[in-house]
Ligand binder design. Structure first.
Ligand code: FES
Length: 132
């Protein structure tokens, strides 16, 4: 799954997905900690966020080859696709592993929601931390 494709650009977005950001500055360059978005069924959570300008880390480009897109799904886990083995193996490497941990490039919106996602503050690109 590669980011930047627009296959959902015109899809009907009916599912409420709310992102809670621990560190909105690092991810959005704003103070906005809560983002109430709409997603289309079939859309990965990562894409929902990135489209809205929430730059959740996705070092591998969303192909389940890193664990930087680790988030917590605090509501609506059953409205997301089930984690496959690849994701489960990978997410175990992520810091702060919890029962509701997901790699948001792999968690696809399937149900009617609402879905609530918590993005911990350690989700940020180390490169962005360099003072500029
Ligand atoms: Fe690498 Fe999700 S972006 S596993």
């Amino acid at each position: 799954m590669h980011m930047g494709h627009s296959e959902f650009a015109h899809a009907e977005k009916t599912v409420s997905v709310t992102f809670h950001l621990d560190d909105p500055h690092a991810l959005t360059d704003t103070d906005q900690a809560v983002w109430e978005l709409k997603a289309a069924k079939g859309q990965p959570l990562l894409e929902v966020a990135v489209h809205a300008g929430i730059n959740i880390e996705h070092a591998c480009g969303g192909v389940c080859a890193c664990s930087t897109c680790h988030v917590y799904v605090t509501q609506g886990m059953s409205d997301c696709s089930e984690a496959e083995e690849d994701e489960e193996d990978r997410v175990e490497e992520a810091p702060g592993l919890q029962i509701n941990s997901r790699l948001c490039c792999q968690a696809v919106v399937e149900g009617d929601g609402p879905i609530v996602v918590h993005v911990p503050s350690w989700n940020r690109n180390a490169v962005k931390e360099v003072p500029h």
